[in-house]
Design a protein around this ligand. Sequence first.
Ligand code: HEM
Length: 147
Amino acid sequence: MVEWTEQERTTITNIFTNLNYEDVGPKALCRCLIVYPWTQRYFGAFGNLYNAEAIMSNPNIAAHGITVLHGLDRAVKNMDNIKATYAELSVLHSEKLHVDPDNFKLLSDCLTIVIAAKLGKDFTPETQATFQKFLAVVVSALGRQYH
Ligand code: HEM
């Protein structure tokens, strides 16, 4: 069971409360698809991913970036029970989508970069450490149902 200090809880809640999902979600997913092109293989039905411009202007990718952030919302609202919260989503990514769980870490790193760029000097080392901890718990929970 992961323990969270009050300060960590406040940091995570603040980040998500002030987040522009429509901006950050697409940017993070696009970055992942561009920097780690093998992650594109799961989005074959999403249309043109031919190059960075195509990825960044693909409305299906943008919409899915927002969906992913809303997926993270669930963890923010259930910080004491992230594992159970993601049980179903883990089964989906594993058994139906066959997403290699290593990719969760790649996407979460891309999200960290986009958020760091947004927050600027407010992205202090403490904030960064707390955000990385949160994402590590999410990544672990999403990888839980793989066997
Ligand atoms: C679908 C969340 C990482 C590929 C979804 C859905 C959510 C979600 C909420 C929609 C589920 C539904 O329709 O019920 C997340 C979160 C992630 C993550 C929180 C990590 C932070 C990834 C990664 C990949 C991926 C790394 C592949 C590289 C997909 C695909 C779908 C999906 C292909 C189905 C999309 C569709 O056909 O509409 N994910 N995901 N996900 N995810 Fe993830």
